[in-house]
Design a protein around this ligand. Structure first.
Ligand SMILES: C[S@@+](CC[C@H](N)C(=O)[O-])C[C@H]1O[C@@H](n2cnc3c(N)ncnc32)[C@H](O)[C@@H]1O
Length: 222
């Protein structure tokens, strides 16, 4: 389907037709600090969430008036900046990453964005070593974006850590389209497929899979 971008509708049609996907991706606007963090993340190889995915996280954080958020996979801080942009002004983002260099770069991004240091708690380590230390029912929002093979375990911890009404969000649940091909059975694809199914079948969760970027699965805890 092709649509005309509203802001360009008065100019000649042929050169200004855009696809609906491009229209959606052009809707959310990323600030300069986050774009710079995105460039550093891409350079480091820790693929940041897309702009629309980031906007979805900010929306969730704002809807929940989130004051306590856990992020599994800090990367260069792109998703963290989007989350902080929606959270309550005194909200604290706890973010876990195994790579010290990624967290160093993320810290710089938070500083560039003038986020007060007290609003971010960066924990370096393997997610599955850190998560058991985080409080049951203590968090409004959990964002999952680290080791794909560990997604099923992140789900267990996420449900435990969320307060009732809290939300868990998983990035990359399409896994570049591989989840939809039953012949694709590599370990990461299997883990994501298992997670997608487990979220849908969990009676404690109300879920929806959003066709945003590489797939964003979100679920609210009853
Ligand atoms: C896709 S990147 C995260 C991108 C970030 N969420 C963003 O959108 O800006 C994945 C991150 O997870 C981290 N990671 C991978 N395996 C991990 C593990 N087992 N425990 C903790 N962090 C891990 C990587 O070092 C990397 O920084």
């Amino acid at each position: 389907m092709r649509v005309v971008h509203p802001e360009r509708a008065v100019t000649p049609l042929t050169s200004h037709l855009v696809t609906l996907g491009e229209y959606v991706d052009g809707y959310a606007v990323e600030d300069e600090v986050t774009s710079a963090a995105r460039a550093r993340g891409t350079e480091l190889g820790c693929v940041p969430i897309g702009v629309t995915g980031g906007a979805a996280l900010r929306f969730l954080a704002a809807s929940l008036q989130a004051r306590a958020v856990v992020e599994i996979g800090t990367g260069a801080g792109v998703s963290g900046l989007w989350l902080l942009g929606g959270m309550a002004r005194d909200g604290v983002l706890t973010s876990i990453d195994v790579e010290p260099e990624h967290q160093r770069v993320a810290r710089r991004a938070f500083s560039d964005a003038r986020i007060s240091p007290g609003r971010t708690r960066l924990i370096m380590g393997q997610a599955l070593d850190v998560l058991p230390r985080l409080t049951d029912g203590g968090y409004d929002l959990v964002f999952v974006d680290a080791a794909k093979q560990e997604y099923p375990r992140y789900l267990e911890h996420g449900v435990r850590m969320l307060r009732p009404g809290g939300v868990i969000a998983f990035d990359n649940v399409f896994w570049k389209g591989k989840v939809a091909d039953p012949a694709d059975r590599d370990a990461e694809t299997l883990a994501i497929r298992e997670t997608n199914k487990a979220v849908r079948e969990n009676d404690q969760l109300v879920s929806i899979m959003l066709p945003v970027g590489d797939g964003l699965l979100v679920a609210a805890k009853r």
